[in-house]
Every structure is written in structure tokens, then in C-alpha cells.
Design a protein around this ligand. Structure first.
Ligand code: ZN
Length: 633
């Protein structure tokens, strides 16, 4: 790792005409902050956000033609762009193209940030005519100045991107850009193609990061110098970038009108090298510098910077931690916290956990059924050559236990396969004290090539509480609703009717991923046994999908922008489906867990006919909301 700043400023000396300022010097001299867009108004001071000095001054480095900045919010990244634009207009004018995700974003940025900057900055106001003055050539999206013009547009406007050459290119919120500008392809590639005639071109791309594996700004960062803003530990002097993992705090939790409220105190930073403890103020006032992990990229002209809000003078650690605590259990809120507060890519797999760390918390069960289990359900996934199942135990407040996971090989229209499934379903699962439970409800996927066979076999097994289910993806579909009557058609002939539950599988996946994120046994926690059926393949399959934010060709969010997709390398997702169906079965029953617990505790230890308990229980655990559909149970 090399400190690039010194090296580069010495390299630059020979190139800079003496009368020219750097971007940071220009901003200190001329830039005034506008009340519309800044928390602070008045003269710009680079010393207030010292971490922006080097990214801004990279704009003056003739060896650098590409600047990448990954940043959380509240670090001043928009002001950093504005300073470069103001500098270009005043000091080194040429054509500027400034691209936002959409045209609406471009208009808003122009109105709220560019126009006030020009108005409040006398050197710019003299050069850029107000849009309302006649023949100024200026509109919201286009402003002329001596020696150049700035054009602002959305990433979808292929026409604007493919026309005249530009020397300066700015791309804001890159991770929210359209994947393609109309049919013309990647908008960033289209825009940079317009710069090739300029030997002294500059391309600047900036964004808050989004989802791991699907973040253009993160890819651009990797191709650059990969610089992180590192702070010297006040104890040992080692430079490290501040990460949430090294911040400790105490919290008090209370409930106000059913909303959890957190009070955070004793926030400290623990140095990963020496373990020394520092306060937020000590860290924010300590020596700091950019350190490059890939300094060789400077030779290719790309400097990339990654900035988190932990060093921002405006964002307090307390507010970030409180937002984090409030987002626990809600993956969409958690992504916002990761992206905008921590400045980190989000991976929707239980707080960036991978399958190995979930597998590592497997535990020894003292019996087939650990204490705490009150109800058993089974989820079955149907494939052309096999059926996969999982038996899941349920306790109070959504706590679950993996009880048994298995595969029955064979076509799902054969007696052998269903007999094997009957054996699993009829087995009595026992606690350490000998008391046993049976599976109360089994949900079997009717998707695939054996829909009618699954319906028929389930209809034959109604006394065993087998039900066919149909999974549906998409937002807003409830996890479970009442079952619907469906025909069973075998070889073209209607042979009967059966009840089919429709399952909102996306609601289930979100719940499973949220529950896996919970780290301490109790409410929502997922227990897994230390056994071969819960091995590496199981966890790879359970954590096989993540939420991806989808936009249409115009870069607008789709109607349901959040979609579940398989993570590359995780093609087998049956364990996730089985778990999903088993949880849906428990949800469909909505049992009174207090009653189930009373009944289990009331069963005498001497009673050696526990089967009776188990058989009685699911009948009494029927949903209280009855209708004609349920009456057939
Ligand atoms: Zn230290």
C-alpha cells in the first residue's frame, strides 16, 4: 500500500500552469454554500471535510482521466461534484455532460444544486446567464458559459448521450442508472465514447453503493486505485478505515406505541490492531489519509475512492447506530442503512453472513425434539425425479428448529415415493422426556410436471393433513390465505376435488432471511442440528437467493422492483423452498402456542402413550377463523 497523494502532487508540479488553482483551492477561494442544498451555508472550507481534498484535486491531475467515488450519504459528495463543475466553468471551460439516473433527477439536481451554486458564487454568476434572460441559451437542463456548455440529462436518453463530443463527464448515482439507454446499450459506455477526441478528458462517476454483485460503482472502484480513507489509531498510530464491526455501544430498548425505541450510549471505536478504545470525536479529529490497495491503477488514469459516513462531520455515529437497530428484522430498511449510512454494499443473506457462518452455529440437540418446540410441520418440494422435505419445529414468537431434512428419490407419481413420505409424516418425534409430537400439517408443492398426481395423493391423505400448495411470487401476495377447491384431472378425466393453498413465496423468503439474521436464541431465531442432513449443501441451498432491485429499460423502478434471484453458484434452492412451505403451514394453522405449551406441559411424564397427545393436538389447533373451506379439514 502506497500513499499516492504525495507522489502525485510532486508529479503534477511540472504540468500545472502557475496561475491555475486546484479544485480545492478554487472552492476555498470562490465557493459559497447555498441554503437549498447544504446543512451549512457560507464560504466553503475544504478543512471541514478534509477527505474530499484528494478526490477533488485528482481532477487537476493530468495523469488521471477517471475518478470513481463510492460514498454514503452526508459526506458531501454532491458538493465535491459541484466544486469540480464550478472549477471547470470558471478555470478550464469546455463542454460538460452531467448525467443523473432519470431526467426528473437531472432537473431536480439542476434546480436545487447547480442553479443555487451559480447564483451564490459571483465568479460563476458573471459567466452563466440566468435562464429567464432573453437569448441566454440557458434552460434548466442546459447552461452556456464562455468556452463551453453544461448539459444535464437522465441515463435513459440515448439520443443526448450519442450526440456531440464532451470533455467533462459527470455521472451521479451510478448504481441507479438504466441498464441500457433505450436499445443503444450501457449509458456509461455510450457517454465515455463521446470523450475520445479529448486528450485532457475527465470522467467522474459517483454513487452510494447498492447490492453486492450488482453494483456498477463497486465494479468501477475495483478497476481503480481502491483508496480508503484511513484514520490513525490514537493509541498505536496504525491507519485503518473505520468499520461498523469495530464500533461498540450499549443500547436500551423501550416500546412507544408498539414501536421499538432505542437509546444508544457509550459508543466507542476499538482499534483492530491494538484494541485501544477511542471516542467518535477522537477518531474524527485524528490524523487521516487515503490509502490505496491497488496503486498500479494510477498508471491507467483511474483513481477510485470509497468513503463511509463514519468520518463525516455531519453524520453522528449515534444516529447511524439507531437507524441500524430500528432496521433489524427488515431487510429493505437494512439495505438503506448499509448503503447510505455505512456506505457498504448490501448482501441480503443475514447481515452479510455466508452459509458457513450460519452452519457454524449448528447445535447438538439433546433429543429428536429440543425443548421449546410446540408444533411440527413439513414442507415438501416436488422435482421430476425426487421429493425433498424438511420437518420444522415451531415455538413461541417465530422461533424455529430444523428437525429433519431429507430426499426421497423416485418419480412423484409412484407409490414407493409416497409411502416413504407417509413414513416421515407418521413418525412420532420425541422430546428427551419421551413425550412425542406428530406433524400437524404438510404442504406439498404441486408445481412442476406432477400437479394432478400431487393433488390426487394429497386428497387421499387428507386425514394425514397433507395439502397441495401452489407457490406464487411477487409483492403483496399474502403468505397464506384460505385454501381453494381445485379439480383433480388424471389422464384427461376429472376424478375429484381437493383443497389447494396458494402461498406468497416472496413473503416467506423475506421472513426466512430476516429470521436467519437474528443472532441470539429466542424470538425468530433459527436452530439447526449438528447432523449430516444439515450439512454444507443444506445451508448453500437455504441461502441460495437474494433480493435484487430491478429497473426497466428506462431506468425506472419496475412495478415490483424487488425480486428474488438465485445467487450465482447457488443453483440448488430446494432447502429454501422446503423451509418456506413448512413455515407457510405453521402460518396457515395460526395455532395458539400458549395452549399448545399448556397441553405439552400437562402431559404427565409417566404417560407412555404420547401419541394420543400428538394426535389430539392438531385438531384443537385449528384456526379459529372458520369458513366452509376449513370445515373440510
Ligand atoms: Zn491501535
Amino acid at each position: 500500500m502506497v500513499r499516492l497523494g504525495k507522489l502525485m502532487s510532486s508529479l503534477c508540479k511540472g504540468f500545472k500552469p502557475p496561475e491555475k488553482l486546484t479544485v480545492s483551492e478554487w472552492a476555498d477561494k470562490y465557493r459559497k454554500l447555498s441554503p437549498e442544498s447544504s446543512a451549512e451555508t457560507g464560504t466553503w472550507r475544504t478543512t471541514r471535510t478534509p477527505y474530499l481534498k484528494e478526490p477533488m484535486d485528482a481532477f487537476n491531475d493530468p495523469k488521471v482521466d477517471h475518478i470513481v467515488m463510492v460514498a454514503s450519504s452526508q459526506v458531501g459528495k454532491s458538493e465535491c461534484i459541484n466544486n469540480m463543475i464550478g472549477y471547470a466553468i470558471d478555470q478550464d471551460p469546455s463542454s460538460i455532460l452531467f448525467i443523473q439516473p432519470t431526467t426528473v433527477d437531472a432537473k431536480e439536481y439542476s434546480r436545487l444544486r447547480i442553479a443555487p451554486m451559480i447564483r451564490d458564487c459571483p465568479v460563476l454568476r458573471k459567466k452563466v446567464a440566468a435562464p429567464k434572460s432573453r437569448d441566454s441559451g440557458n434552460t434548466i437542463l442546459q447552461k452556456a458559459f464562455p468556452g463551453g456548455i453544461i448539459t444535464m440529462c437522465g441515463s435513459t436518453e440515448a439520443h443526448a448521450l450519442a450526440s456531440k463530443p464532451v470533455r467533462y463527464l459527470f455521472g451521479d448515482e451510478r448504481d441507479r442508472w438504466a441498464v441500457s439507454a433505450g436499445r443503444e446499450g450501457d449509458p456509461w459506455t455510450l457517454a465515455t465514447a463521446r470523450q475520445i477526441t479529448y486528450y485532457n478528458k475527465k470522467a467522474v462517476e459517483v454513487s452510494t453503493p447498492t447490492i453486492k454483485g450488482d453494483s456498477p460503482i463497486a465494479s468501477a472502484y475495483m478497476n481503480g486505485t481502491q483508496e480508503k480513507y484511513c484514520v490513525a489509531c490514537p493509541h498505536c498510530g496504525e491507519y485503518n478505515d473505520i468499520q461498523f464491526d469495530n464500533i461498540r455501544f450499549e443500547k436500551e430498548e423501550s416500546s412507544v406505541e408498539n414501536e421499538k425505541v432505542y437509546k444508544v450510549s457509550n459508543i466507542i471505536y476499538v482499534c483492530p490492531r491494538c484494541g485501544g478504545v477511542s471516542t467518535e470525536q477522537e477518531i474524527k479529529h485524528s490524523r487521516a489519509k487515503w490509502i490505496a490497495a491497488n496503486p498500479g491503477a494510477y498508471q491507467h488514469g483511474t483513481r477510485s475512492f470509497w468513503l463511509t459516513s463514519w468520518v463525516s462531520p455531519w453524520a453522528t455515529w449515534e444516529s447511524a447506530i439507531v437507524e441500524y437497530l430500528q432496521a433489524i428484522g427488515n431487510s429493505q430498511k437494512m439495505q438503506v442503512v448499509y448503503n447510505t449510512r455505512f456506505g457498504l454494499l448490501f448482501e441480503n443473506r443475514g447481515d452479510l453472513e455466508d452459509e458457513d457462518s450460519v452452519m457454524a452455529r449448528r447445535e447438538e440437540y439433546n433429543a429428536e425434539l429440543p425443548d421449546g418446540v410446540l408444533l411440527l410441520t413439513m414442507g415438501v418440494d416436488t422435482q421430476d425425479d425426487r421429493m425433498e422435505y424438511e420437518v420444522v419445529g415451531h415455538g413461541h414468537f417465530g422461533e424455529t428448529w430444523g428437525i429433519k431434512k431429507g430426499v426421497i428419490m423416485g418419480r412423484p407419481d409412484t407409490d414407493e415415493v409416497w409411502q416413504a413420505l407417509d413414513d416421515i409424516a407418521e413418525h412420532i418425534y420425541r422430546f428427551e422426556n419421551g413425550i412425542g409430537l406428530r406433524i400437524s400439517l404438510t404442504f406439498i408443492d404441486e408445481g412442476g410436471h406432477f400437479t394432478q398426481e400431487v393433488r390426487q395423493r394429497c386428497a387421499e391423505r387428507r386425514s394425514k393433513k397433507f395439502f397441495a400448495i401452489k407457490g406464487r411470487g411477487g409483492d403483496g401476495i399474502p403468505y397464506t390465505g384460505p385454501p381453494k377447491k381445485q379439480k383433480i384431472v388424471i389422464r384427461g378425466k376429472a376424478v375429484g376435488m381437493c383443497q389447494v393453498f396458494e402461498i406468497g413465496v416472496d413473503a416467506g423468503k423475506a421472513m426466512i432471511m430476516d429470521n436467519i439474521r437474528v443472532q441470539t436464541p429466542g424470538s425468530k431465531y433459527c436452530h439447526f442440528p449438528k447432523r449430516d442432513d444439515y450439512g454444507a449443501a443444506y445451508f448453500k441451498g437455504l441461502l441460495s437467493e437474494h433480493l435484487v432491485y430491478k429497473t426497466d429499460k428506462k431506468g425506472q423502478p419496475r412495478k415490483n422492483p424487488w425480486q428474488w434471484e438465485k445467487i450465482p453458484g447457488h443453483e440448488r434452492n430446494e432447502p429454501l423452498d422446503c423451509r418456506n412451505y413448512a413455515l407457510a403451514a405453521a402460518k396457515a394453522m395460526e395455532p395458539d402456542y400458549d395452549a399448545l405449551e399448556r397441553r405439552l406441559k400437562g402431559t404427565s411424564r409417566q404417560e407412555r402413550t404420547p401419541v394420543a397427545t400428538a394426535v389430539r393436538q392438531p385438531r384443537e389447533a385449528r384456526p379459529r377463523r372458520r369458513n366452509s373451506d376449513y370445515d373440510e379439514w
